[in-house]
Design a protein around this ligand. Structure first.
Ligand SMILES: C[S@@+](CC[C@H](N)C(=O)[O-])C[C@H]1O[C@@H](n2cnc3c(N)ncnc32)[C@H](O)[C@@H]1O
Length: 226
């Protein structure tokens, strides 16, 4: 559960350097995670796709490469993040400024909905998933990509050291916004993952959900069907 005023302000401040900071912090692995989601999307053969919390359009870009000709709507409540996405001229992508908690779209209007590193930042996770389910047609897919803690408990202390001590300093140096990245570390700790997240998704409008951990569980892809 996050404060939307803080979140909006944090992304407005880091928008210009968000993409490069991600690639530095993850040593480029974030690109591979989004590519995997894009391949999973392609398998569902969507006609109309909503990329929620699209931000700078990184996932939308990978999806447009994996699914040439697909109509993609990218929605986000941060105008500076959307401005960056607009400059990338992603084929098939239409950008909309909108709050994920109250989407300006008709019920059942998309057959695939994606959200990368976005749900964790939303005010109420269950309500946000419920709103995602509302705009997804019956039988449609939801793919959520987000951070989680390493599956092997032995790796967690080292990962936590990186998350809380190294990451905010490196990102703070690149963006001059260390607070935004201290927030990131805290938000990852609080965010449900694995079966707990699958339960949350199933309790809010989707009938099935499975978790696919990537990079030893540092991130997880959730695939749910309505
Ligand atoms: C970490 S960025 C993710 C951007 C992109 N999906 C990616 O893969 O890099 C999180 C995005 O979620 C957006 N966001 C957070 N809460 C939101 C909400 N309630 N409605 C719409 N967008 C939201 C932020 O503005 C930000 O652009």
């Amino acid at each position: 559960m996050q404060d939307p005023v803080f979140v909006k302000d944090a992304f407005a401040k880091v928008a210009r350097r968000y993409v490069i900071t991600n690639h530095v912090l993850s040593l480029g692995t974030d690109i591979l995670w989004r590519r995997k989601v894009a391949r999973m999307v392609a398998e569902t053969k969507p006609q109309r796709l909503l990329d929620l919390a699209t931000g700078t359009g990184d996932l939308a870009l990978e999806i447009s490469r994996a699914c040439p000709g697909l109509n993609i709507t990218g929605a986000d409540f941060s105008a500076p993040m959307l401005d960056y996405a607009r400059g990338r001229k992603v084929p098939g992508l239409t950008l909309v400024e909108a709050d994920a908690m109250a989407l300006p779209f008709a019920s059942e209007s998309y057959d695939c909905l994606t959200v990368a590193f976005g749900l964790r930042n939303m005010a109420r996770w269950g309500d946000a998933v419920w709103e995602m389910a509302r705009v997804t047609r019956k039988g449609g897919s939801l793919l959520v990509l987000d951070f989680s803690l390493p599956t092997a408990l032995a790796l967690r202390p080292a990962y936590r050291f990186y998350l809380h001590r190294v990451l905010p300093r490196v990102a703070g140096f690149i963006t001059r916004q260390q607070d935004a990245y201290s927030y990131l570390a805290g938000s990852i700790e609080k965010f449900p993952s694995g079966e707990e997240m699958c339960d949350l998704i199933r309790a809010n409008g989707f009938s099935t959900a499975r978790a696919v951990p990537v990079s030893m569980g540092i991130a997880t892809i959730y695939h749910a069907v309505k």
